[in-house]
Design a protein around this ligand. Sequence first.
Ligand code: HEM
Ligand code: HEM
Length: 205
Amino acid sequence: MTGQALLREKVYDPILRLLHAWNGLAILLLVFTSQAAEALEFTPEAASLWRLHVWTGYALVLGLVGRLAWGLNGPWYARLSAMWHWRAWLTALRTRRLFTAPRGFGHHPLASAAYLGFYLVVLVMALTGLALAAIDQGRGPLYPWLGHAITLKHLFSEPHEILEKFVWAFILLHIAALILHEARHGVPLAQAMVSGYQYRKEEEE
Ligand code: HEM
Ligand code: HEM
């Protein structure tokens, strides 16, 4: 057997992995329920799916609050500050080398930028979604302010609908990047959010 030795380190803690699975599943269910409800148009089944969409939305809001709390107080690799790599982002833009091999442990600096951008998109989805829940369904924490305020609906439904495309794009990009990195750079990556272990090739001197 030939090949370079791999270094292994426990990087992602169980809470971070649980939050990743929780938020990922909630987002998939939100995408599924909205697509299915739109396809069913004005049927009772569609109305039930929209209610399920909102309940799943609450689950996502909980998961996002959890991620924020863990990002401020959790261990090093879960911290939001560990995702901030502006020097690496500038260098990548200047040199146009975006798809580089993962080095060091923790998130790839450019993947971190995508994650932060994605969290911002999802945050806006959650806020506009809570507003739509109050307007369309007369429920949720924003009801006292926005309950059935139908004239304001477009203010929230337009960004909600546009940003949905970004959610799709992120999911496809995320899965494709994990597969491509594994194929091109020869390290197991996707399993890290399940096992917690990251693998890296030993640096050659
Ligand atoms: C809809 C599905 C998914 C969404 C929305 C999603 C979202 C995310 C986000 C936001 C992060 C950043 C984690 C953080 O908060 O620190 C992340 C990281 C990660 N995800 Fe996913 N994810 C999804 C599915 C998956 C799947 C199916 C796998 C494979 C098992 C996976 C593997 C990973 C790994 C390994 C990382 C860390 C990569 C790195 O070190 O940079 N994800 N994902
Ligand atoms: C990543 C997350 C989400 C995705 C991909 C998503 C997707 C969609 C889509 C495609 C629509 C139909 C277009 C529109 O009317 O604007 C929609 C509507 C809606 N969404 Fe979301 N959504 C997400 C998160 C949320 C959250 C967190 C909530 C609330 C807690 C929410 C509540 C709603 C409501 C109330 C509607 C209008 C439903 C109706 O017509 O009765 N969404 N969503």
